[in-house]
Structure formats: structure tokens, C-alpha cells
Design a protein around this ligand. Structure first.
Ligand SMILES: Nc1nc2c(ncn2[C@@H]2O[C@@H]3COP(=O)(O)O[C@H]4[C@@H](O)[C@H](n5cnc6c(=O)[nH]c(N)nc65)O[C@@H]4COP(=O)(O)O[C@H]3[C@H]2O)c(=O)[nH]1
Length: 814
């Protein structure tokens, strides 16, 4: 029902619109699409069309006017010529006064028309009023000319000379026909001209009264009627032609506009576009494509794609010519320039107006940067950025493939877990840059130790893994091959490294494990190789060890212990035991503070089992600080009692602790916090830690010396024991390692070493203390050779403070 109503309203409005168009093109039309119905939409379209037509009305009229003016000159000349001929012929049969009047009228009418035709005023096509005025003037000229020509039917009509009458009618008929042709662009002008020309002569013929004249009069009228009908049709055709021309011009303008718009759009698009014909010749390309190819648009257009250097894209281009949309992603190489990169190309068929495939359109996206980013991400995800070697992730992936391949071939493979010995020390002493340099050189050397199909990966830090594939089919054979590669790696990595100005030597510890098919998961294999490496470390480093189950159990236990060690400090499970140090007469000089871990289940855990672990995990820092605090607190207590006031307490300091940037500050803060005499605090340092960075070490030791603390060099004799550095270190004491003391009685070598150490210390004015003295014989020997201080079970084992203080009682001393 609503649709019907809409339809009716639509028809009414359509009618009104048409009426306006026809009768008053300048009336404004204010019609809105009231609803979203299809009729309303149609009406809206029609209204838009009508408005455009109204605007075009002026253009139509000006085109009509131009057409009228263009033939006016010829028609005016023809009119004047015919008028002259008519006047000349009729001069003998019509009164000269009438002829003169007519000629005069004709001259005036011709002048008027000439004035209108040759008017200098230029016509403005968009000025509706000007066009209207000019048309009106033209019509006036035509009406005047028609009237003058019509008057010839009355003034130049010689009733008694039928031949001259015939000539007059003939001339007027010709003029009418000519007028119709000349003025038919304007219906008003053409009709007015015909009527004004024909009607007077027709009337004159009827007035004559004879039958022939009357018949001729009727013929003239019929002829006029036919003329008017023809004029209407011709006028309609002319108007339609004009409209078509205007519409075509407008359409052409729009097409040109849209072409320009698309041209601009295509040229400025960030993607390359090209059109190609069915011969694969490029017929169009935008600026971006030319830019991508490092070429000009002119050179690219006309390029025969069949002849380009890189033909990878051709199958996709051809697919589009078969009517299918296709894509291409890949690397491209330009033919006529050095351009290359990665592109993503979409090819679409292009149809002509008959629906036939006329070629294809290709959209080219430059994905070079995207590819580079992708590669970078890929590299980051799978490769170690420092050495360029595969990382753990890629290694595990390759291991998975190796397991599958081993399962297929029945041949074994092996993993070699390589850890550089003392790498941390290198980083600490020469800096991380040197560490990085070493790792890069290690990676290169490893590559020279394996076959092409084998893999090398860096897991992080100084840990590398080499994966060997296609070894023998039996354990022994595969193990021998693995051992050989391991030895080769040991030899190769053991050669000196040139780290800028430093020549550096380093050894690896290698753990190996074999694999055969999918017997073990890849993570388990890696773990086994790691455990074996740990075993190699335990065995003294610079060696290859194969995985064994006992070792794994030990490692598992160690991991458990490590977990508990993290909590030990918070749970207050550490204690300090004190081992007495005496002089030659057995008088207590002080003690060495030795840490103990009182584990609730494991009982007392000796430091050998956890100090190393604490150092690896940096737990040694809080533990070391706890020891320092506890020792200072003890010193403070001792300071307050006469028998213990002068006791010196030796505290072990680990390398990590000592090399902390704020170690001096920490010691000073601790000494001040407990308000102890710093002279009573003796820091025991080992040879190896002092050598790490001798200059920094001396600086730190001097700073601590300024506070007042003393230094004892622990385990003396086990390291370099070089006089060179010994001289430079601000030491107070040298401690002879218990390993020399132990065998003094039986080993003449050890006796010699001990003697030399004591002599050296005396030369440097340093105290000497021997540790691990268990027998009177050892003590006597040491004393005879000049040793003045002693520590060992002979005097007392490390004990809790209460027992230690009890040992100091005068009754016991005596
Ligand atoms: N067989 C035998 N052994 C004797 C004799 N006299 C002393 N000892 C032992 O020798 C070690 C001396 O300590 P060290 O050389 O500094 O060696 C220490 C030291 O390097 C480290 N350590 C102990 N406490 C600490 C600490 O608080 N901090 C740090 N960083 N390390 C510590 O643990 C190592 C071992 O300490 P301990 O097991 O307490 O072992 C102690 C002690 O119990 C003897 O006559 N015969």
C-alpha cells in the first residue's frame, strides 16, 4: 500500500518536474527524497537530472543561437540577392511607387538583420539573460524580414500577369523553404518567418477571385501547414542533437576528469602498478613502479615481460591472462638497472568492453624492508647475535631432526657440551669486550673442527654445543669418533688467542653423550652432555668426559643443595667456627673464622660442599657479608674482655666478594658499625684472586690498608708464588698451604718448598703462618726453619665460639 502511495507521489512529482523543465527552466526546484523507498530514490535521481538539465537549458539556447547566427550571413545575402532579382523582374508589371516602397522596406529590414547578425557583442554561454536577449533580437530581425518578404505578396503581385505571379510565388516559396532550413534551430523564428511569408500571398490569391488563383491560394496554405509540421520535427531533431552534443561534451569532461583523478591516484600510490597486454608487454606503469625498478616510466612502458632477466613472475602474469587472479611473492632482479628486492605482486585479469581478456593489472608491493625485518627477527629467534651460531632453540630443532635421521639410518650421533674454563675471570679482568672477542674466535675455531653436516650452537655465556651426526652404528665406534673430535676441539681451543694486544690462553671442558634414534628426549640429551661437562670440570678441566649415571645423581643432589642454599641465610642456618692460631710458644694470637652450614636434615655441611656453589651463583656475596658481620661482632665482644682483647680474627674473602666495586666501602661500614679495632681484622685472600687484575687489587688492598685491616695470603705456594707481585702487594702475612705441611716429614721436596717460602717471607718482612699443622714434628720443622705462627689440629680444630673461648682459659693454657 505504501509502495502504491509512493508510486503516485512519484508520478505527480515526475510530471511537475517535466513541466518545469519544459516551461520554466529557471524556476528553482526544491524537492527532497522523503523516504528511503526505491521510488523516492528514483525521484531523487530524477530531480538531480532535472537540475542538471535546467542548467543545461541556457547552454542549449546558446547553441541554438550560434547555429542560427552561423547561417544568418548566407541567408541574409541570399535574401538580398533574391529581393533584388524579384524587384528587377517585377519592375515592368507593378507600379514603381509600390516597388520603391517594398525595396525601401527590404533595405531597412536587411540593415536591421545585418546589424543583429554582425553585432560585435560576444555571447556568454553561461549568461542566461544575455542568451535570451540575443535570441529575442534575432527573432525580431527574422519577423521583420518575414513581414517585408510577406508584403511582396501584396505589393509586387501583378494580378494580370500570371507568369509574373508564378515567379513571385516561386520566389516566396523558395524563401520560405530557405527560411525553414536556416531558422529551424528556433521554432519561433522558423514558424513566424514561414507564416509571415506565405500568408499575405495566399490571401492575395484568394482576393483575385479566379479558380486557379483560389486553388493556388489553397495550395500555398497547405504548403504552409506542411512546412510548420516539418519545422517542428526539424527543430526537435536539432534540439535533440544539441542536447546530445552537450551531454557528450559533459560526459567527455567527466571522463577526462575521472581519468585525471585516477592518473593522479595511481601515480601517487605507495604501491607499484602496471598494466600489460596479452603479449605480456607493459602498456602502463605508475611512478612508484618505475622508482622500484630504478627506471623511468617511459622506459618501463613497452617492456616485453617475456624478455626480462628475472622470469619468476611470468607464471603469475600468465595466470591472470587465463582469467585467474594470482599472487607472487619473491625476490626480483630488474632487467635494465641494478634494482633488486622482495616483492608481493597481485595479478588480476583485465577485460575489454566485450568481456574479452585484454591483459592484466599487476599491483606490486615492495616488501624488502618487511623481509629484512622478518629475517632479523628470525635470526634473533634462532641465531646467537654475537657469534652468528645457532642458538639453543635452533639446536634443539636440529637435534630433533638428527634423532629422526639416526632412527632411520641406525647410525649414532653425539652431543659435545663445551664450557670455557675460567671465562668469568677473563671477563672480570680484561672486560666484556675481550670476552666477546674470545667467544667469536672460539666459534670460528669450533667450525674448523667439525664436518660440514655437523652443527655448532652457542647456548649462552661461554657454553657451546657441537652436534655430530652419522657416526658409527655401535656405541664404541661412535664414542671413539666423538672422543677424537673432542680431542681436536681441546687442542684447537687450547691454542693461544690474540685478543687485541693481549695474548690469552684458555682451555675448555667438554662433556659428551651419544644418541641413537629416539631413545632419549632431546632435552635429556642436552642435560646429559651438560652433566658430563661438569664432570670434566671436576676432573681438572681441559678434558673430555662422557656422561655417566653416578655423575647425574651427584648433579641432581647438587641442584637440590643449591635450592636449599638459597634459603639457608634467611633460615639462619650458618654458623662461624673458630680455629686457633698460635705463636712459637703456643700463645693464642687469634683465630681463623670458618663457616659451617647447620642443615636440619643433612647435619653439618662443610664449606667445601657449598662455598664453590655459592661463588657460582653469587650467593657468596650475602654469605660473605654475613661472615664479615658475624666476625666483626665477635671481635667487638672479644675487645671488651682482657684475655681476648688482642686476638686477631682472620676472615676468608672470596674473589667475587673482593672484586665488588664497593668492597672497600662494605668493609669500612662493617668495621664502623661494630666499632672494632680494624687492626684485629685480617682478610685472607688467595693468590689466584689477587692475580685477576693486579692493579685493581693493589688499589683495593691499599684502600683497605688505610682503614687499618691486615692481609694474609692464603694457600701460599699452590699458585704462581711470584716474587714479582708479592713485592707489590701490601700483605702482612703469608700462609703456607697445608698440602706442603702435611708431607714435610716424608717429602724432601715439600721441606724445600716450605723452607723457601719462609725465607722469602722473611726477606719481604712478612709474618709466616703454617696451616694444617697436625704433629709436633711438623711444628718443630716449621719452627726450626723460622716459621713463627701456627694453625692446625695440633692446636685445635675449628670449633664454635664457646668452645674456642674455653680453649683460651688460663688453666688450659698452662
Ligand atoms: N686436615 C686438616 N685440615 C685442617 C687442619 N687445620 C685446619 N684445617 C682445615 O683447613 C681449612 C682452612 O681453611 P682455608 O684454607 O681458608 O680453606 C677454607 C676456605 O677456603 C673456605 N671457607 C671456609 N670458611 C669460609 C668463609 O667464611 N668464606 C669463604 N669465602 N670461604 C670459606 O673453605 C675452605 C675449607 O674450610 P674448612 O673445611 O673449614 O677447612 C679449614 C680447616 O678446617 C689440620 O690440621 N688438618
Amino acid at each position: 500500500m505504501k509502495d502504491i502511495q509512493d508510486g503516485r507521489a512519484f508520478a505527480t512529482k515526475l510530471k511537475r518536474c517535466r513541466w518545469i523543465l519544459r516551461h520554466n527552466p529557471y524556476e528553482s526546484i526544491n524537492l527532497q527524497p522523503e523516504s528511503a523507498s526505491p521510488f523516492a530514490q528514483d525521484f531523487f535521481d530524477l530531480r538531480s537530472e532535472a537540475i542538471i538539465k535546467l542548467k543545461d537549458k541556457t547552454a542549449i539556447q546558446s547553441a541554438q543561437l550560434r547555429q542560427l547566427l552561423s547561417v544568418s550571413k548566407v541567408s541574409l545575402i541570399t535574401s538580398i540577392s533574391l529581393a533584388a532579382i524579384l524587384a528587377y523582374i517585377q519592375r515592368t508589371v507593378v507600379p514603381s511607387s509600390e516597388l520603391l516602397v517594398w525595396c525601401l522596406l527590404m533595405v531597412l529590414a536587411s540593415l536591421l538583420r545585418a546589424a543583429l547578425v554582425y553585432s560585435p557583442q560576444t555571447l556568454r554561454l553561461d549568461d542566461a539573460a544575455a542568451v535570451q536577449a540575443r535570441l529575442q533580437k534575432f527573432r525580431i530581425g527574422v519577423v521583420v524580414a518575414g513581414a517585408v518578404w510577406g508584403s511582396a505578396g501584396l505589393l509586387l503581385f501583378p494580378a494580370h500577369h500570371p507568369q509574373y505571379v508564378m515567379f513571385l510565388i516561386f520566389t516566396l516559396a523558395g524563401m520560405t523553404a530557405g527560411g525553414v532550413i536556416s531558422f529551424s534551430a528556433d521554432l519561433v523564428s522558423a514558424v513566424a518567418f514561414s507564416v509571415l511569408l506565405s500568408l499575405p500571398v495566399a490571401i492575395r490569391l484568394f482576393v483575385t477571385g479566379d479558380h486557379l488563383s483560389e486553388a493556388m491560394g489553397v495550395a500555398v496554405l497547405l504548403y504552409l501547414g506542411f512546412m510548420i509540421a516539418s519545422i517542428r520535427r526539424i527543430n526537435q531533431n536539432i534540439c535533440e542533437n544539441i542536447i546530445l552534443r552537450i551531454e557528450a561534451a559533459a560526459r567527455e569532461g567527466k571522463v577526462r576528469e575521472s581519468e585525471e583523478r585516477y592518473r593522479l591516484l595511481l601515480s601517487h600510490l605507495p604501491v607499484g602498478i602496471f598494466h600489460y597486454n596479452t603479449d605480456l608487454v607493459i602498456t602502463y606503469c605508475n611512478d612508484r613502479l618505475a622508482e622500484l625498478l630504478h627506471n623511468s616510466v617511459e622506459h618501463v612502458i613497452g617492456l616485453d615481460m617475456k624478455l626480462v632477466k628475472d622470469q619468476a613472475i611470468l607464471p603469475s602474469l600468465r595466470k591472470a591472462l587465463e582469467g585467474e587472479r594470482s599472487n607472487f611473492e619473491g625476490h626480483y632482479l630488474a632487467t635494465y638497472s641494478d634494482a633488486e628486492g622482495w616483492a608481493y605482486i597481485t595479478c588480476t585479469p583485465f577485460h575489454d568492453h566485450n568481456g574479452q581478456i585484454a591483459g592484466g593489472i599487476a599491483i606490486v608491493q615492495d616488501i624488502t624492508e618487511h623481509k629484512a625485518a622478518e629475517e632479523k627477527i628470525n635470526n634473533l629467534a634462532f641465531y646467537d647475535p654475537l657469534t652468528g651460531l645457532p642458538n639453543r632453540r635452533l639446536l634443539l630443532d636440529r637435534l630433533q631432526h638428527a634423532l629422526a635421521s639416526s632412527a632411520r639410518s641406525g647410525r649414532e650421533g653425539a652431543l659435545l657440551f663445551i664450557d670455557l674454563d675460567n671465562f668469568k675471570a677473563l671477563n672480570d679482568t680484561l672486560g666484556h669486550d675481550m670476552g666477546d672477542l674470545l667467544l667469536r674466535q672460539v666459534a670460528q675455531r669450533l667450525a674448523s673442527c667439525v664436518r660440514e653436516g655437523d652443527s655448532i650452537a652457542r647456548l649462552g655465556g661461554d657454553e657451546f654445543v657441537v652436534m655430530l651426526e652419522d657416526l658409527g652404528g655401535h656405541d664404541l665406534e661412535a664414542a671413539a669418533q666423538t672422543e677424537a673430535v673432542g680431542e681436536k676441539i681441546l687442542a684447537m681451543l687450547g691454542l693461544p688467542y690474540q685478543l687485541v694486544a693481549h695474548e690469552y690462553r684458555c682451555t675448555p671442558s667438554i662433556g659428551a653423550t651419544l644418541f641413537s634414534g629416539h631413545e632419549l628426549a632431546k632435552e635429556e640429551l642436552l642435560k646429559r652432555a651438560d652433566i658430563a661437562m661438569y664432570q670434566a670440570k671436576q676432573a681438572g678441566r681441559n678434558t673430555v668426559r662422557f656422561f655417566d649415571q653416578q655423575m647425574q645423581d651427584a648433579v641432581t643432589a647438587r641442584v637440590a643443595l643449591e635450592g636449599e642454599l638459597h634459603k639457608a641465610l634467611d633460615r639462619q642456618q650458618f654458623r662461624l667456627h673458630y680455629q686457633i692460631q698460635v705463636d712459637a710458644s703456643g700463645r693464642p694470637l687469634g683465630a681463623e673464622a670458618l663457616i659451617r652450614w647447620m642443615h636440619p636434615e643433612r647435619g653439618l655441611v662443610p664449606p667445601d660442599q657449598f662455598i664453590g656453589m655459592a661463588e657460582e651463583t653469587d650467593l657468596i656475596l650475602p654469605i660473605g657479608q654475613w661472615v664479615m658481620d658475624t666476625a666483626c661482632a665477635q671481635l667487638k665482644t672479644w675487645q671488651q674482655h682482657a684475655p681476648t682483647r688482642d686476638l686477631v680474627l682472620a676472615v676468608n674473602v672470596s674473589a667475587t666478594q673482593f672484586h665488588q666495586l664497593d668492597f672497600v666501602f662494605q668493609v669500612r661500614a662493617t668495621v664502623q658499625r661494630h666499632a672494632i679495632d680494624p687492626k684485629l681484622l685480617k682478610l685472607e685472600l688467595t693468590e689466584s684472586m689477587l692475580l685477576e687484575n693486579i692493579e685493581d687489587t693493589i688499589r683495593t688492598m691499599n684502600a683497605l690498608k688505610e682503614i687499618g685491616v691486615q692481609f694474609s695470603l692464603d694457600d701460599f705456594g699452590t699458585g704462581y708464588s711470584s716474587l714479582q707481585y708479592l713485592k707489590r702487594l701490601p700483605l702482612d702475612q703469608i700462609k703456607i698451604d697445608q698440602s706442603f705441611v702435611r708431607d714435610i716429614a716424608s717429602d724432601s721436596n715439600d721441606r724445600e718448598i716450605v723452607g723457601t717460602i719462609i725465607a722469602m717471607a722473611q726477606n719481604l718482612y712478612l709474618d709466616v703462618i703454617a696451616e694444617g699443622v697436625e704433629t709436633e714434628e711438623q711444628r718443630q720443622f716449621l719452627q726450626d726453619n723460622g716459621c713463627t705462627h701456627f694453625q692446625g689440629y695440633l692446636f685445635g680444630k675449628p670449633v664454635p665460639v664457646e668452645q674456642f673461648e674455653a680453649m683460651l682459659q688460663p688453666d688450659r693454657a698452662s
